[in-house]
Design a protein around this ligand. Structure first.
Ligand code: GLU
Length: 423
């Protein structure tokens, strides 16, 4: 799978960012201080250190995490990422964002996330399989089809999920497809899951364009990141008639104001492992790419990309966060003041976990749906959630992130309060 990480410019701790975003909404909601105290912490944080046999008998010890932020609304749900810069604070932030994401689109899950500190680019398939199987065993204390259900994230994919499913099933003594989502179709995966994050993001972009009166036909789109979310976002935006003028991966970006030929970009990336170097187009750095003249900017890489340092220079009218946590709270304020509509991550990229939910439901029922059904149900969820958030933003005169948080936090607080404090 293509990677999507980009240099971290601002170095803000993602957990601090997550707490600051939560506090803004909690203030607006006048949230009870006891509830605030509960929701500001993660319920469970598991740290694991485990050995993996590398080449020539060398054994390396890896560190991994699985965190559950809040499981009041249902089992934990969230991806697993493999990246050299994974930290406990990053995984906690990502778990908290999953709680809000599931709540904002109304699917019955709590928030969880996992990660392993490793550089998959420097590892063989065999080493990745061994690492995945041992990490699965270590976190099997927490995961399970009705407890906590992992999925793909940065640098993990359907094959990774197949190894997790197989390892968990070997321990259980029978096949347990519903323990992970984002699996290959042959073992209980769902139609439409690979494109789901991007497809969901595009549905929200269509609604945002309507809201601000932007014609998407020929609208210029810039995509940062060429992993699952970035690649499919570019493709789907061009399918609906927009013009993708720039894309990037870890090593940098390419720009053509007349519009990129995405088939050529994809073929070049497949051949060389990068998008830069594609003949006949301009090279741009990841930092320059964010500031290009365009109507729609889709950050689809990792956290900390848009901060106070570059928010004033963003030209886009819509920033659609296919990535988790790309924008800092300072940048949010700057963009809001400048009239840029930010479709926040917990709404914009919720299509991935929504189709994960569909996959889980199909696995539990052993009854599989057609792709058209999946996409129609996904559209219904995304369009309704976008408009619920937009209405709330207008009513409370707040930006879209604050509105999405207000909706999500009130749903989670309600579930937590209704269940009560045990014992
Ligand atoms: N990793 C994706 C996300 O951040 C998907 C999570 C899931 O499907 O559980 O939303």
């Amino acid at each position: 799978m293509a990677t999507a990480q980009v240099i971290d410019h601002t170095q803000r701790d993602p957990w601090e960012v997550a707490l600051e975003q939560f506090d803004i909404a909690a203030d607006k909601l006048h949230l009870d201080p006891n509830m605030r105290g509960i929701l500001r912490e993660c319920q469970r944080e598991l740290i694991v250190h485990f050995p993996v046999r590398m080449q020539d008998g060398v054994v390396r010890v890896f560190t991994g995490y699985r965190v559950q932020h809040n499981v009041s609304r249902g089992p934990g749900k969230g991806g697993i990422r493999y990246h050299p810069s994974v930290t406990l604070h990053e995984v906690k932030a990502l778990a908290m964002w999953m709680t809000w994401k599931c709540a904002v689109v109304g699917i019955p899950y709590g928030g969880a996330k996992g990660g392993v500190i490793c550089d998959p680019k420097q590892m063989t398939q065999q080493q990745l399989e061994t690492l995945t199987r041992r990490y699965t065993t270590e976190i099997s204390l927490l995961i399970g089809p009705d407890r906590d259900i992992p999925a793909p994230d940065v640098n993990t994919n359907a094959q990774t999920m197949a190894w997790i499913m197989d390892t968990f099933s070997m321990h259980a003594g029978h096949t347990v497809p519903a323990v992970v989502t984002g699996k290959p179709l042959s073992i209980g995966g769902s139609e439409g899951r690979s494109e789901a994050t991007a497809r969901g993001a595009v549905y929200t972009i269509i609604e945002a364009a309507k809201a601000i009166g932007l014609d998407l036909d020929g609208a210029r789109v810039v995509v940062q990141g060429y992993g699952n979310a970035g690649l499919f976002s570019a493709k789907l935006m061009s399918e609906i008639g927009a013009k993708v003028i720039a894309v990037s991966d870890t090593s940098g970006g390419v720009h053509d104001p007349k519009g990129l030929d995405l088939t050529k970009v994809e073929a070049f990336k497949r051949e060389t492992g990068r998008v830069q170097g594609l003949p006949g187009v301009e090279r741009v750095s990841n930092a320059e790419l964010l500031e290009l003249d365009c109507e729609i900017l889709i950050p689809a890489a990792i956290e900390n990309q848009i901060g106070a340092h570059n928010a004033p220079a963003i030209k886009a009218r819509i920033v659609a966060e296919a990535a988790n946590g790309p924008t800092s709270p300072e940048a949010d304020r700057i963009l809001h003041d400048r009239g840029v509509m930010v479709i926040p991550d917990i709404l914009c990229n919720a299509g991935g976990v929504t189709v994960s939910y569909f996959e889980w439901v199909q696995d539990l029922q052993n009854l599989f749906w057609r792709e058209a059904t999946i996409n129609a149900r996904l559209k219904e969820v995304m369009v309704k959630s976008f408009n619920d958030v937009l209405d709330l933003a207008k009513k409370n005169k707040v930006d879209m992130r604050t509105a999405a948080y207000m909706l999500a936090v009130s749903r989670v607080a309600d579930a937590t309060l209704t269940r009560g404090i045990y014992p």
